[in-house]
Design a protein around this ligand. Sequence first.
Ligand SMILES: *Cc1c(COP(=O)(O)O)cnc(C)c1O
Length: 478
Amino acid sequence: MTTQEGYSGKDGAPFGAGLQLQWEAEPASFPMANSDLLARSLAAVWHPCTQMKRHEALPLIPIARGDGVWLVDADGRRYLDAVSSWWVNLFGHGEPRIKAAIKAQLDELEHVMLAGFTHEPVVRLSERLGALSGLGHAFYGSDGASAVEIALKMAAHYWRNVGHPAKHRFVYLEGSYHGETAGALAVTDVPVFRDAYAPLIGQHFVAPSPDPRRALPGETADDVTDRAASRLEHLLARHHGEIAALIVEPLVQGAAGMAMYSPRYLQLARAACDRHQVLLIADEIAVGFGRSGEMFASRGAGVQPDLLCLSKGITGGFLPLACVLCSDKVFEAFYHDDVSRGFLHSHSYTGNPLACAAANAVLDIFESDNVIEANRARAERWDALFGPLRNHAHVTHFRRTGMIWAFDVTDAGAGFAQRYFAAALDQSLLVRPIGNTVYFMPPYTMLDDEIRLLADGALAALDAALASDGQTQDLPLA
Ligand SMILES: *Cc1c(COP(=O)(O)O)cnc(C)c1O
């Protein structure tokens, strides 16, 4: 990552920062049965994005069950899930309609391989996603990173199939995050995730982020958009002969600290890609399914990508599923008598019927509950409830895109993310800052009263975290 005031620094690791940093209070407060579970977990489970040794000092939190927007630990302590469990639980935990859809599908067909076979849930889901996105061909994977791998391979193979095999490199944005597999890491600009694997990953091109917080002295947000777009234009003009695609997180760069940028950048980027015969990959793994305020952020901005990556919210947090949607133009370049021109990529669980049934239930909820409309009204009410937080003396760049709220904390001190995470837990909140950026990605179903709890608790946690500056030992990054 480039040097960025506000979200670089030692606790600037996206996701990871909070993850290894469980709270420090009362480490031995769990009853015997739970401490046994924690010990067994540490012995047998290698936890993601974590320096495991840190758990010598910091306890895991054993979650026993979910209850709507709350997580309940083994002692009955409740945590308001203000980050939708890593951005996946759109409608909270245990949404009854999604649960019912999975149960019904379980009685019919739990799985069948998708090569040579098909089934109703995957066909229905593909048709619906095609209608919503304007991209009529759906290829499935399991996690977000698998969708990114699929999109990158598809883009490069597309150019090979149409007679331009030299176009096999990618452009990604500063501060981008696209996942942890080798291909996805190669287009991810987060050194703490990337550096150990440098010899394993390909070299691509990085373009400036349109994040308005990157404004130079005297620049407006519009100027930042124009500058980023013109640098992209130059990069594509110079190197388009070897570039297959530009990959972007539309409107919000999540792991960069919820960098929210103008839809105009997407429009300019689309136009530049068209001028230089470069495909556009929209990674909407985080912002898809209403998180940006529209069903899909790129479409909301009036931009049609060639490839669209979806995952996270797609099953409402019930089952792993990812999807890459592509245009007719891309699909047709693979359609041929020659086998090797086909997309010979697969995962064992491609198009799993249970996961597709969950995703269909999610789309049903969007329709029956008019979620996108309802969210607009929610977001306005919630903005008002976050007012006191916005006005706090240490809060800057308070911002919102759709159903994502974020702000940066000034003079936060070293190790702010972990201090805030701990202070939030004391307020019964699950909030995991990224560096000095605090963000909320609440389940859409939170009640106004619960948002009030979140707003009050987040404010109290902010004061507590600022007051504890220097009192806790600054733990080294994972
Ligand atoms: C989370 C995320 C990914 C990776 O998805 P996984 O399911 O964690 O593999 C990729 N891109 C974006 C924008 C993400 O937020």
